[in-house]
Design a protein around this ligand. Structure first.
Ligand SMILES: Nc1ncnc2c1ncn2[C@@H]1O[C@H](COP(=O)(O)OP(=O)(O)OP(=O)(O)O)[C@@H](O)[C@H]1O
Ligand SMILES: [Mg+2]
Length: 248
């Protein structure tokens, strides 16, 4: 179980005359229970990716605590959190010159897996394995290809918590439904939680729970049936953010 307790994140705003701090996340608290499929959504710039980075340990909160099965991991490094069981797929995946797709999936799995095993993960994310397994994870891969490879590495890791930041970004219309099945299968087979940041209704639709983050605050939280109708009834993101801010 992962818990965020009153988590805030500030950066110094160099543009402001007084060099004031800019609050990116404000007092966020929620519990990610085991075996749950949770989707975070909300307007652009609301703080979703920042929240994912705090969970992964890439950034540290300026206030509040992050707990893992009751243990305080707020100051724990990215590496130690990864070892503990947190996986994180970036909104914009990192490229590794000189590392092949096979190397990356094998490293992610933490085991001496065979090429056949690694190819299975690639096939699951809709890539023709033989065309990719020996390719370098460098700039020559397209946006959609690198996103899929990153999803394959998270599947290979099989950790207790898997965080995906907009996994649908760059995935073509024809492959989108397959991506939904990938997450549904992960949810069925993995004894862990999946936290997906997404703007897509079809991904929101398979969530157990939806969190809405706007202007750095957790403005809505509930089951899909509680949250989705009100989200779909909102005309646009700016209107949505205004309404939410008035409501709290
Ligand atoms: N290190 C930083 N310094 C200054 N501002 C930052 C920093 N990191 C994030 N921000 C700002 O904080 C806000 C939240 O950014 P974040 O990337 O978390 O948004 P998001 O909800 O993921 O948006 P999107 O839906 O567009 O991906 C944005 O306005 C962003 O410009
Ligand atoms: Mg983002």
């Amino acid at each position: 179980m992962l818990e965020l307790r009153n988590v805030s994140f500030q950066v110094s705003d160099e543009k402001s005359k007084e060099n004031q701090d800019k609050e990116i996340l404000k007092d966020i608290s929620f519990v990610l229970n085991d075996n749950k499929f949770v989707v975070i959504t909300g307007p652009n710039g609301g703080g979703k990716s920042t929240l994912a980075k705090l969970i992964a340990g890439i950034e540290k909160p300026t206030a509040g605590q992050i707990l893992w099965d009751g243990r305080d991991i707020t100051e724990m490094s990215v590496t130690d959190r990864a070892k503990l069981g947190i996986s994180y797929a970036f909104q914009q995946p990192v490229r590794f010159k000189g590392v092949t797709v096979f190397d990356l999936i094998r490293l992610a799995s933490g085991e001496n897996i065979t090429i056949k095993d690694a190819c299975r993960y690639l096939s699951e994310v809709g890539l023709c394995a033989k065309d990719y397994i020996n390719r370098e994870v460098n700039a020559s891969l397209s946006g959609g290809e690198i996103k899929r490879i990153e999803i394959a590495t998270i599947m290979a890791r099989k950790t207790q918590v898997s965080v995906f930041d907009e996994p649908e970004a760059g995935i073509d219309l024809w492959s989108f439904q397959n991506l939904i099945h990938v997450f549904e299968n992960m949810h069925d087979q993995l004894h862990g939680s999946i936290l997906i940041i997404s703007h897509q209704e079809r991904i929101l639709n398979i969530a157990d729970e939806i969190l809405v983050i706007a202007d750095g605050q957790l403005v809505q939280q509930g089951t899909k049936d509680e949250i989705l109708p009100s989200l779909l009834g909102t005309a646009n993101a700016a209107d949505f953010a205004c309404r939410q801010m008035k409501a709290i």
